[in-house]
Design a protein around this ligand. Structure first.
Ligand code: FES
Ligand code: FES
Length: 164
């Protein structure tokens, strides 16, 4: 393909440095994460930035990994859903989604968890409308969203150390 370059990509993912060879710099960061690095938590649904299932942090900003070119991730800091909990522990947001019954098929869940985490990091006690606005870019075909809203509220209380 004209203009395509094969590059070695250096980036940090979930706190660890990674060097990835033979990357076409026009391929998506989502492809690099899933297919080259074996991190399947970020889901691949629309590949057009419309469903939020591939939500990650890039240098602390919430982005859709399907819209980030691999070449744009050079020397950047990536955090995926796999990086939110400990190796043996679920993050409180993950716990809350399970406890609130907000997971059905689960396909949307990783992206929702990253988006909810981002919301709660800047707004620890969000209103329902703030939650709905923050998650507007994350599509769920199963739950009808009510339990997702409950889960995010519960996660906020858990993260504040309050009652669950
Ligand atoms: S797969 Fe990235 S937004 Fe849908
Ligand atoms: S739980 Fe199935 S798409 Fe959300």
């Amino acid at each position: 393909m004209e203009g395509a370059e094969i590059v070695r990509l250096n980036l940090r993912i979930n706190g660890q440095p990674h060097e990835v060879d033979d990357v076409w710099e026009g391929e998506s960061l989502l492809y690099v994460l899933r297919e080259r690095l074996g991190l399947p938590g970020s889901k691949n649904a629309c590949e057009q930035g419309e469903c939020g299932s591939c939500s990650i942090y890039l240098d602390g900003q919430l982005v859709c990994a399907c819209l980030v070119l691999a070449g744009q991730a050079e020397d950047r800091e990536v955090v995926t859903v796999e990086g939110l909990g400990g190796s043996n522990d679920l993050h409180p947001v993950q716990e809350a989604f399970l406890e609130a019954g907000a997971v059905q098929c689960g396909f949307c869940t990783p992206g929702l968890i990253v988006a909810a985490h981002e919301l709660l990091s800047r707004r620890p006690d969000p209103s329902e409308s703030e939650i709905r606005e923050a998650l507007a870019g994350n599509l769920c075909r199963c739950t009808g969203y009510e339990k997702i809203i409950d889960a995010v509220s519960l996660a906020g209380r858990k993260m504040a150390g309050g009652s669950t």
